[in-house]
Design a protein around this ligand. Structure first.
Ligand SMILES: *Cc1c(COP(=O)(O)O)cnc(C)c1O
Length: 393
């Protein structure tokens, strides 16, 4: 091994990282620079929806890399046309704009809503978002996010994102004014701690926004692409939003995101939207491979079954150890601890020997589980077995 954590000095410091360098990944397992293996229930932050090194992704990358990597976003290319067709056929949306990150897709959604407000709603520009929400790390998406402390970070904020309370319709209604153009939310708040919007709330929100002539934007960067057991999480509630954003799982590990919209909302004019890498064939080819895999007969039903299995196992563990239960949808779940040991448990799990376990604690009182969508029941059992002694202490 040529590099070790001691070589990290030239990297700009943005966060504390553990003293290990990952060199290889296969399925639900990662290997570090010393050869230690880790069972991965983080998967690049719910990104590697097919796990590490899935042949469909490796083959798509290799084949497309050898064929055409980038003709420029000013020209059409086959993979992006194919992916746009697939996404519109499998959703209630008519058109797609591709980008590289979730924040960029959300930034596009914000721009599209503001443009629509300018064209159709007398210049209305406010987008109601929610306390505890997470929409990305650009200035506008940080302003849209309801993460504690972010209202003063990098001030001044981008204005126009009043915050309502999730699952409280009256709190949304109270914020609607002449400048309101849209409501934007995650069907399950991921970074906020795996907090699902209820079916009842999503349906009422769709009803309210339609009645008041507002757009409904769903940020499915984390919940989309099969993560919750349906291709898109809003489908569980049977609603049709006007705009949806996708990221994370859509690229199965490579930088790809998408902004989808109903025809009536698509009002960008030439020059309004773009980006050097939008719709580049290398990433789009991976997106096609991912979408084909997720939509193969039986795949999503199995994700739902695996999600139920994980939920049952977490509930059993919670009952056994006197924890506060579990919540989530499909393979996006959280175990609620009885205290704020989350970060310490994450570290202890990683340090387990001979094999480590990778988990994440977006809030100190809970652990989040976002394994590959093709995780096995044996791997779920193994994870529970590794976690039990850490929580029993
Ligand atoms: C991760 C995430 C984003 C940001 O995606 P990036 O690719 O990190 O820019 C936005 N919204 C939600 C719901 C996310 O989970």
């Amino acid at each position: 091994m040529d590099f070790s954590p001691a070589d990290a000095q030239p990297l700009m410091w943005i966060t504390a990282r553990p003293d290990l360098v990952f060199v290889e990944g296969r399925g639900s397992w990662l290997t570090d620079h010393r050869g230690k293996r880790y069972l991965d229930f983080v998967q690049g932050w719910a990104v590697n929806c097919l796990g590490h090194g899935h042949p469909a992704i490796v083959d798509a990358l290799a084949a497309q890399a050898g064929k055409l990597i980038n003709p420029s976003p000013a020209f059409y290319n086959e993979p992006s046309l194919k992916l746009a067709r697939g996404l519109t056929e499998h959703s209630g949306f008519d058109r797609v704009f591709f980008a590289s990150t979730g924040a960029e897709a959300n930034e596009g959604a914000i721009k599209l809503a503001r443009k629509w407000g300018k064209v159709h709603k007398g210049g209305a520009f406010e987008i109601i978002t929610f306390t505890g929400s997470f929409h990305g790390r650009t200035l506008a998406t940080m302003s849209a996010s309801g993460k504690p402390g972010w209202d003063t970070l990098f001030a001044p904020q981008v204005p126009g994102f009043p915050k309502a309370t999730l699952n409280d319709l009256a709190s949304v209604e109270a914020l609607i004014g002449p400048n309101t153009v849209a409501v934007m939310l995650e069907p399950v708040q991921g970074e906020g701690g795996v907090v699902p919007a209820t079916t009842e709330f999503l349906q009422a929100l769709r009803h309210l926004t339609t009645e008041r002539g507002l757009l409904l934007i769903v940020d499915e960067v984390q919940t989309g692409m099969g993560r919750t057991g349906a291709l898109f999480a809003h489908q569980h509630a049977g609603i049709e939003p006007d705009i949806m954003t996708l990221g994370k799982g859509i690229g199965g590990g490579v930088p790809l995101s998408a902004l989808l919209a109903k025809e009536a909302v698509c009002c960008f004019e030439a020059g309004d939207q773009g980006g050097t890498y939008n719709g580049n064939p290398l990433m789009a080819a991976v997106g096609v491979a991912v979408l084909d895999t997720l939509t193969a007969p039986g795949f999503l039903a199995e994700v739902a079954a695996l999600g139920d299995y994980l939920g049952v196992k977490l509930r059993e563990l919670s009952d056994e150890l006197g924890l506060n239960g579990e919540r989530g949808q499909g393979l996006l779940r959280a175990l609620l601890l009885a205290d704020e040991r989350g970060p310490a448990v994450v570290e202890a799990a990683r340090n387990l020997a001979p094999e480590g376990l990778l988990l994440n604690a977006p809030r100190p009182h809970l652990l989040r589980f976002m394994p590959a969508l093709n995780v096995t029941r044996e791997e779920i059992d193994r994870m529970i077995g590794m976690l039990r002694p850490l929580l029993a202490k």
